[in-house]
Ligand binder design. Structure first.
Ligand code: IPM
Ligand code: MN
Length: 354
């Protein structure tokens, strides 16, 4: 019998609703094609709701999310809301409470996509970042002392539990093996961060012993930035902490053609995972029908693969590849040669034909 999934949809702010709509079109096309069923539950959370009611993510919504099979998110972030409120109150709250301990971000240059790296092509830019997603400097540990006085001190601590570090590294090795990749690189800053770096390094070499078929490697974060530009072909799977992962995946998004194509998954392998385009709410493009929806559509493909609907996920991804290779002039908002909705229609056309 066809499987059936409950999918929570959080369109969110800015261009979030526009790109999510296209992602859902692709999801529906894949469902028609491969025969799975899905019910959508839309949740109106984000900047607009916060400005109206003062609420970020009500407990009632959080409780419902816990019962879903997956979450599809557009973007969180509003120009009229003080930075941090929506990020902590919605996005990080979901990541933390649902224990989505891996942020999985593929950096793959599809054929036909322009990259700022002049001498590199799809065979060179093909790696995946496994970013720890619930700890590190994002944990919110620390505090002020004498705030607002000339003597004030702010301390922001990086929290690295052995359990948290190890499960993330283990995910990276399992993922590497499952995907037929060959090497896992630990990205950290062990030459300076003598405690956090030490626990990551020890956990990495302990876990690596259980994967003799997979090569292990290490690079400092600053060097990773350099090599992602100069020698991206050196990377296959990169595992790293929360903040380093945040930074290097924006760089990764640029070398794979920009935010228009960059998707990510917030994954709890035993729980509810959430998939999103990583580009943010892009307020200046909102409501113009010019934003590129392919990152959201690629996120929908990741969502399907994560549900176990590999065939459906592969069809959506393949349609994205066809659109960038055959149709779009550019991946940049307003320069695609097509509107947001037309790009979604093209993806649906290729899924239908596939
Ligand atoms: C991301 C974003 C978030 C992060 C922000 C919006 C809190 O930049 O998903 O990479 O830093 O994790
Ligand atoms: Mn980021």
């Amino acid at each position: 019998m066809a499987k059936s999934y409950n999918i929570a949809v959080i369109p969110g702010d800015g261009t979030g609703p526009e790109v999510v709509a296209e992602g859902l079109k692709a999801l529906a096309a894949a469902a028609r094609k491969t025969g799975f069923k899905h019910q959508l539950a839309h949740y109106d959370v984000g900047g607009a709701r916060y400005l109206k009611t003062g609420e970020t993510l009500p407990d009632s919504v959080m409780d419902e999310l816990k019962g879903m099979d997956a979450i599809f998110l557009g973007a969180i972030g509003h120009p009229e809301v003080v930075p941090g409120i929506l990020e902590r109150g919605i996005l990080l709250k979901i990541r933390f409470e649902l224990d989505q301990y891996v942020n999985l971000r593929p950096v793959i240059l599809y054929p036909g996509v322009w990259t700022p790296l002049r001498d590199k092509g799809p065979e060179d830019i093909n790696f995946v970042v496994v970013r720890e997603n619930t700890e590190g400097l994002y944990a919110g540990s620390g505090g002020f002392f004498k705030k607002g006085t000339p003597d004030e001190i702010a301390i922001q601590e990086s929290v690295n539990t052995r359990k948290g570090v190890e499960r993330c590294i283990r995910f990276a090795f399992d993922y590497c093996r499952r995907q037929g990749r060959r090497k896992v690189t630990l990205c950290h800053k062990t030459n300076v961060l003598n405690y956090a770096g030490d626990i990551w390094e020890r956990a990495f070499s302990d876990v690596a012993k259980q994967y003799p078929d997979i090569q292990m490697d290490y690079a400092h974060t600053d060097a990773v930035c350099m090599w992602m530009v100069k020698n991206p072909e050196w990377f296959d799977v990169i595992v790293t902490d929360n903040l380093f992962g945040d930074i290097i995946t924006d760089l990764g998004a640029m070398i794979q053609g920009g935010m228009g194509i960059a998707a990510g998954g917030n994954i709890n392998p035993q729980g509810v995972s959430m998939f999103e385009p990583i580009g943010g709410s892009a307020p200046k493009y909102t409501g113009k029908n010019i934003i590129n929806p392919l990152a959201a559509i690629a996120a929908a493909a990741m969502l399907l693969e994560n549900l176990g609907e590999e065939d459906a996920g592969w069809r959506v991804e393949d349609a994205v590849r066809k659109v960038v290779a055959q149709d779009l002039k550019s991946l940049a908002a307003g320069q695609m040669g097509y509107s947001t909705t037309e790009v979604g229609d093209l993806v649906v056309k290729y899924i239908d034909q596939g």
